[in-house]
Design a protein around this ligand. Structure first.
Ligand code: NAP
Length: 315
């Protein structure tokens, strides 16, 4: 069993920012995560992170990770399957067999891709059906593709694909977009993108690989030839494994207070996995910092809002 002051679950903006603040308070810190960078890493163009004019998501998250490692945190690519209480804190079980003891835990494992749930989606997974444009767009050089969704992720995917694919259908279930106006304007004015609005995907078809989708439109069903289907219909939380440990909202998000405390003393949470509104990289980064500072106070036996002494951390 390896022992740490803090184990952070998740290595996106919230988890890495928490690790930065924890290590700078001289807490021994382990970050356990299935991937590095979380949802931000799946975004190609970041233009709304303050102080950073432009960055790709993976580059920004690599910078977060490098900074965290510089201050001594360990980042380990291992998912967490179970968290249980013990008299001195918590035991976390990793999906690669690791057992870790933490005096405090920060849950920052974000959300995962929502699926459409239509015939063909599971069958053609990674054979034309993909969920990460940043990762998978290069496989569709010169091809016709469909992007499904009307949020920022769908706009980002469609715009990225204009540089790679020959034609992009953007299929959205309404005629209004929830994405930022600036992104919608770019999509609307790009001649490579054809909007298919008020339309839902009925089936995804193909042989060895995807070759078409059928969409239900106001005028009836329409078949669209496409070799790639980028599903960008939002994210869902997968918090089942912590439902006995912390209180969840009706939608499965982890309920936190202003100091990122969950219902379980010693367990804090930050970022998209929590009930905090406006899921954005900058917000997750701020929430991660708050969670680490509150956890530091907890480990010092103080109230979460206690002012920080400069004398450093005393076990
Ligand atoms: P999102 O904002 O929740 O949008 C999901 C989209 O998918 C919506 O248009 C929704 O339609 C549609 N949708 C949901 N379920 C569907 C279904 N079963 N079938 C068909 N369509 C469905 O999710 P997101 O775009 O993944 O973004 C998630 C968060 O990350 C957001 O807060 C976003 O701002 C942020 N993000 C930001 C950037 C950026 O700033 N560049 C990039 C990526 C993501 P309705 O609109 O009809 O509900």
């Amino acid at each position: 069993m390896q022992n740490y002051d803090i184990v952070i679950v998740g290595a996106g903006a919230a988890g890495l920012s928490a690790a930065l603040y924890a290590t700078r308070r001289k807490l021994t810190t382990l970050v356990l995560s299935r991937d590095l960078g979380g949802q931000t890493s799946t975004t190609m163009d970041i233009e709304n992170y303050p102080g950073v004019d432009f960055s790709t998501g993976p580059d920004l998250m690599d910078r977060f990770a490098d900074q965290v490692k510089k201050f001594g945190a360990t980042i380990q690519l291992e998912g967490v399957t179970e968290i249980s209480k013990d008299p001195n804190g918590f035991i976390l079980r990793g999906d690669m067999g690791g057992d870790y003891h933490a005096r405090a835990v920060i849950l920052a494992f974000g959300k995962s891709h929502r699926h459409l749930g239509v015939p063909g989606e599971a069958e053609f997974l990674n054979r034309g059906v993909v969920y990460c444009a940043t990762c998978d767009a290069p496989m569709f050089e010169g091809k016709t593709v469909a992007v499904i969704g009307g949020g920022n992720a769908a706009m980002d995917a469609a715009l990225l694909l204009t540089k790679i694919a020959s034609k992009i259908y953007l299929v959205h279930r309404r005629d209004d977009f929830r994405a930022e106006g600036i992104l919608v304007d770019k999509v609307r004015s790009n001649p490579k993108i054809e909007l298919v609005l008020n339309s839902t995907v009925k089936t995804i078809k193909g042989g060895q690989f995807v070759n078409a989708i059928t969409v239900t439109t106001p005028g009836g069903d329409r078949e669209i030839a496409a070799e790639g289907v980028f599903v960008e219909v939002g994210q869902e939380v997968f918090t089942d494994f912590v439902k006995e440990l912390v209180r969840l909202s009706e939608t499965g998000e982890i309920v936190i207070d202003n100091f990122n405390q969950t219902s379980q003393p010693g367990v804090f949470a930050a970022g998209d996995v929590t009930t905090v509104p406006f899921k954005q990289t900058v917000i997750s980064a701020g929430e991660g910092a708050k969670a680490a500072l509150a956890a530091y106070n907890y480990l010092q036996g103080r109230e979460p809002d206690a002012k920080f002494a400069d004398q450093g951390y005393i076990k």
